[in-house]
Design a protein around this ligand. Structure first.
Ligand code: SF4
Length: 140
């Protein structure tokens, strides 16, 4: 199994705590999050544009997966030293996060994100950087 992810979702996953845009979106994101949390050797492919998380974004909500969010993908990948086309384990992605991202970087990178204020993403980065596990999320 390969999980296809765009740049900024590599960080969003660290802060995922069960909140999201719809029930269907959360079921899909919880499944991806729990797969990576419990099987960190799962292969990640970094892609450009809508990915395995975007595929469950609700069609009746304002468009979100195209447009300026590509800029955020680029900024996150540049910070991580990764690029579209990368294939490697989720463990390897987390190792890049631990070495190249500080919790305070989330506020600098994610200036337009409505979830930033909750502090869960910077907490996720802090956990990864300190070698601690991400919390389990109960499946709905
Ligand atoms: S603040 Fe938003 S864009 Fe940034 S990692 Fe968290 S959920 Fe993703």
């Amino acid at each position: 199994m390969t999980v296809r992810l765009r740049g900024h979702h590599l960080l969003c996953l660290l802060g995922y705590r069960g909140m999201g845009y719809s029930d269907e979106f959360c079921v899909n994101m919880t499944s991806i999050y729990e797969t990576l949390r419990t099987a960190p050797d799962t292969e990640i492919e970094i892609i450009t544009g809508p990915d395995d998380i975007c595929r469950a974004y609700p069609a009746d909500k304002p468009g979100h997966c195209e447009g300026t969010v590509y800029d955020l993908d680029g900024k996150v990948l540049a910070q991580l030293g990764l690029a579209p086309g990368f294939r490697g384990s989720w463990r390897a992605v987390c190792s890049q996060v631990a070495g190249k991202v500080a919790p305070t970087d989330i506020a600098l990178l994610c200036t337009t994100c409505p979830w930033e204020k909750y502090g869960v993403c910077r907490e996720g980065v802090r956990l990864i950087a300190s070698g601690k596990p991400l919390p389990a999320i109960k499946k709905k």
